[in-house]
Ligand binder design. Structure first.
Ligand code: ADP
Ligand code: TRP
Length: 321
């Protein structure tokens, strides 16, 4: 099974990115044919500072590799290293009805939050469809917020296939219900644009500070508490197995447990969970050329597959004469 997903290098990574997408991707490399890339063209819709984009791109690669993405078991590259994707974007855009893009929540949400309503932001799902279809991807693991974009890619694939004959594999989103939406400190979706994240690879002090900021209700310590209404619990359960989860729920329901106590436990869990990856991350960060070499190899592997698709597409579209 061919699995593909991308992540934007537009800021530091948080638990939502990790549990919503990165962790699943890293697990997939063991059994599936994994394609994973840094979506830096997409990030340009929100990052216009070139230096910040370049730095973020390298950092995202370092983080993914440190967390266990293995470039030998997968194909791992930077989106803009394969400009073929732009050619496909144009071709697909000529098949994309305006209405399909006008219905996209992400565009509406982002412009409502003040991100400039550029053509790039509007056409973002077409570029994403090109990412997916260029590699004939079957499964696309994403958080719930990206589901609609994968559906747009499906619609475009079906439309082009109907027109030209079978050209593209029609992809399916893969959304893990358990972690469909990781809540942030305030209970909304964890997102860097809401400033409610718990970030990966923070210094202890900064990490504790973020965890302590999780919003809780004023129920007194001695009273029973509803775990399902508690942001600390909802985040904690990402780190727990079934038994630990049941034990924590019992403590909530029994009363006599304060939110400070569970926050402290969560802080320790997050710290200890990511600690083993920190050394590898430091090593990679100290060797940017080594990371660039890994990405260049990934680009070549990806290009081989992309070219196979593009040869067929160009022919069907009449771009070869
Ligand atoms: P952000 O919302 O912080 O800007 P991105 O849009 O860059 O995050 O998301 C990168 C990946 O991480 C996507 O696959 C997205 O679905 C996933 N993701 C982001 N936030 C969450 C979340 N809170 N819960 C689950 N998945 C998430
Ligand atoms: N839009 C995705 C996000 O913000 C990133 C992305 C770009 C992507 N291209 C993709 C995800 C293709 C899956 C497949 O998270």
């Amino acid at each position: 099974m061919r699995v593909l997903s991308g992540i934007q290098p537009s800021g530091s990574l948080h638990l939502g990115n990790y549990f919503g997408m990165m962790k699943k991707m890293i697990e997939h490399q063991e059994k599936e044919e994994l394609f994973c890339f840094i979506a830096n063209y997409h990030a340009m819709t929100s990052v216009s500072d070139g230096k910040a984009l370049a730095k973020g791109t390298l950092e995202a690669a370092v983080n993914f590799l440190a967390l266990g993405l293995d470039p030998e078991k997968s194909t791992f590259w930077v989106q803009s290293d394969l400009p073929e994707v732009q050619e496909l974007t144009w071709i697909l855009s000529t098949f994309t009805p305006m209405g399909l893009l006008e219905r996209c929540h992400s565009y509406k949400d982002k412009t409502a939050k003040g991100i400039a309503a550029s053509h790039g932001l509007f056409a973002y799902p077409v570029l994403m469809a090109a990412d997916i279809l260029l590699f004939q991807s079957e499964k696309v693991p994403v958080g719930k917020d990206q589901k609609q974009h994968v559906e747009v890619a499906r619609d475009i694939a079906i439309k082009v296939n109907n027109h030209f004959g079978e050209l593209f594999v029609v992809p399916e989103p893969e959304i893990d219900d358990e972690v469909a939406t990781v809540p942030g400190l305030d209970g909304q979706k964890m997102s860097k644009s809401y400033g409610n994240t718990i970030d990966l690879f923070l210094e202890e002090k900064a990490l504790r500070k973020q965890v302590m900021r999780i919003v809780t209700d004023p129920t007194p310590v001695e009273e029973p508490k509803d775990p399902d209404k508690c942001n600390v619990y909802k985040i904690s359960r990402l780190f727990l197995d079934k038994e630990e989860d049941a034990a924590l729920r019992r403590r909530y329901l029994a009363g006599g447990m304060g939110y400070g106590e569970v926050k402290e436990e969560l802080f320790v869990r997050v710290r200890d969970y990511f600690a083993p990856y920190a050394a590898r991350r430091a090593e990679l960060a100290a060797d940017p050329d080594g990371v660039r070499a890994i990405l260049a190899k990934g680009r070549d592997k990806a290009r081989y597959v992309a070219n196979k698709t593009m040869r067929k597409v160009r022919k069907k579209a009449g771009l070869e004469y």
